[in-house]
Design a binder for this molecule. Sequence first.
Ligand SMILES: Nc1ncnc2c1ncn2[C@@H]1O[C@H](COP(=O)(O)OP(=O)(O)OP(=O)(O)O)[C@@H](O)[C@H]1O
Length: 273
Amino acid sequence: MSEVHSARVELVDVSKRFLTPSGDVFTAVRDVTFTVEPGEFCAVVGPTGCGKSTTLSLVSGLDKPSEGTVTVGGKPVDGIADGVSFMFQQDALLPWKSVLHNVALGPIFRGVKKKDAYAKARDWLRRVGLAGFEDRYPHQLSGGMRKRVAMAAALINEPRILIMDEPFGALDVQTKAIMSNELLNLWEQVRCSVIFITHDLDEAVALSDKVVVMTSSPGAVKDIYDIDLARPRGDVQEIRFQPRFVELQRQIWASLREEVERAYATTAKGVSV
Ligand SMILES: Nc1ncnc2c1ncn2[C@@H]1O[C@H](COP(=O)(O)OP(=O)(O)OP(=O)(O)O)[C@@H](O)[C@H]1O
């Protein structure tokens, strides 16, 4: 496994405002401050619409903060940062390209010779358990297999940061658990910094070193929890029975629940957010 240089991510007093179609200013995130240390796995949880994806878009350089600073590896983010890979709920695979081509695309795009890129892609497909599936097309794979391809396509780029926005949100419970184990196994080898958005608190606790709880809209950092469960974590289904897991899950849920209820009450009243 080639060495990966993970990066520190730092958000300081970050706010993001949007102009709504009616011309009003809408604050999506407010005064967000948190740090992801190099090689740390950080989950961000919060009620729907609280600004989690907006926060990620500021880290990835897809968007700019209205106030505050976002730095990656000590440098302010200005445009799409180098060394950032993404995984979303929707697979970003090209349907007309084979699995091998999909995984090799990143290195080819960065100027690696095709022969070397394909060799590397074969190696990554083997690591995610898809040796023998190189010539298949995305529509010929199961949802879990497509996630493995997406994981290989993200990690082949040796990212300093891996940004994951509900990557397993569309999977059934069993496949999700398998993919979570696969992710942890690969990440424990490459150790890039990870920012992982999820609505599933169990998933957040099972995977992460740190869980950031955001408030209901406008999203601010409510609490940050260190997850002091030993690594390697082992099976994410098994870890849920550990007393420390249960304790952490309860504490964080108490914090998150208030925000989920607040967000629900706001939307139920018909208040536009
Ligand atoms: N480009 C935009 N223009 C105007 N408002 C936006 C824009 N992007 C996001 N928003 C608003 O900002 C708020 C936060 O959105 P965001 O997608 O970041 O939330 P989220 O926490 O990721 O939500 P979910 O959990 O449902 O995916 C929402 O109210 C959304 O409508």
